[in-house]
Design a protein around this ligand. Structure first.
Ligand SMILES: Cc1cc2nc3c(=O)[nH]c(=O)nc-3n(C[C@H](O)[C@H](O)[C@H](O)COP(=O)(O)OP(=O)(O)OC[C@H]3O[C@@H](n4cnc5c(N)ncnc54)[C@H](O)[C@@H]3O)c2cc1C
Length: 221
């Protein structure tokens, strides 16, 4: 587990509520970013790497039906910067809970206890945040009881988890040789164009040039 302690004006600027030159300890389970993580077109290569928690969904019989065992990979960033390091940087233009308490840090070799004077911000992502809360006794009583976890607060933690389904199999022909296919993409000139000028196909966002969420009549079923 990595630790970073630094003076952070940025956290103050963003309204976390710490005043006057706070000392902030940021705990992150994963490694630092690398040169590869900065290349927009290589986003997909980071999945299932050591920077990914590499979760898999459970079989539901309603989604991921074309996948092995009906399970999808569920990438989540395990790296300083989180899932934004793995993500495809597609943004819609319009588009933590805070508690003060002790944190118990464990890794393979040792255990440390850190205390916070002001507050602890839990921001471990949409899967790990509810997981850590529940392991700490904050969650649905029924679920915590199943695992013998003493209940501190019986709350509906994790119940609103949602994800968007993506479809990756649409293939069609175009009348100009401009699409990103493996042969063109690996070409040396394109790599040099990116390295020297930060231009060209390698700047595309993981090969995704457009994304749409479309309501269809099937969505109502
Ligand atoms: C493959 C992929 C593509 C995406 N594409 C887009 C996109 O194009 N556009 C968009 O807007 N959004 C996209 N997203 C979503 C976006 O990246 C996330 O919504 C956002 O990064 C979530 O931020 P967060 O801070 O809540 O959590 P995260 O970024 O997941 O950060 C949580 C951090 O907590 C760390 N952590 C977890 N547990 C522990 C622990 N026990 N100890 C220490 N550290 C821990 C994790 O390692 C991680 O670094 C994508 C996400 C993925 C995975």
């Amino acid at each position: 587990m990595k630790k970073y302690a630094y003076e952070s004006n940025r956290l103050c600027d963003h309204g976390v509520g710490i005043v006057q030159s706070p000392t902030v300890l940021l705990l992150e389970a994963g490694p630092d970013e690398t040169e590869i993580t900065d290349v927009p077109s290589l986003a997909a290569y980071l999945q299932l790497s050591r920077m990914d928690w590499a979760y898999k969904t459970m079989y539901t019989g309603r989604a991921c039906l074309g996948m092995k065992n009906g399970q999808c990979n569920w990438p989540r960033g395990k790296v300083l910067g989180g899932s934004s390091v793995l993500n495809y940087m597609l943004y819609k233009p319009d588009a933590g809970d805070s508690i003060g308490r002790e944190i118990d840090i464990r890794n393979e070799s040792r255990k440390q206890i850190v205390t916070a004077k002001k507050e602890v911000v839990m921001s471990a992502g949409s899967i790990n945040t509810p997981q850590i809360l529940m392991l700490s006794g904050v969650g649905p009583r029924e679920e915590l009881d199943k695992h013998g976890i003493p209940v501190l607060a019986d709350l509906k933690v994790g119940e609103n988890l949602q994800d968007h389904v993506a479809m990756g199999g649409l293939t069609f022909r175009i009348n100009k040789p401009v699409s990103i296919v493996q042969d063109r993409f690996q070409a040396f000139p394109m790599t040099m164009q990116y390295v020297m000028h930060r231009k060209g196909p390698m700047t595309t966002l993981g090969g995704v040039e457009g994304l749409a969420f479309v309501n269809t009549y099937l969505g109502k079923k």
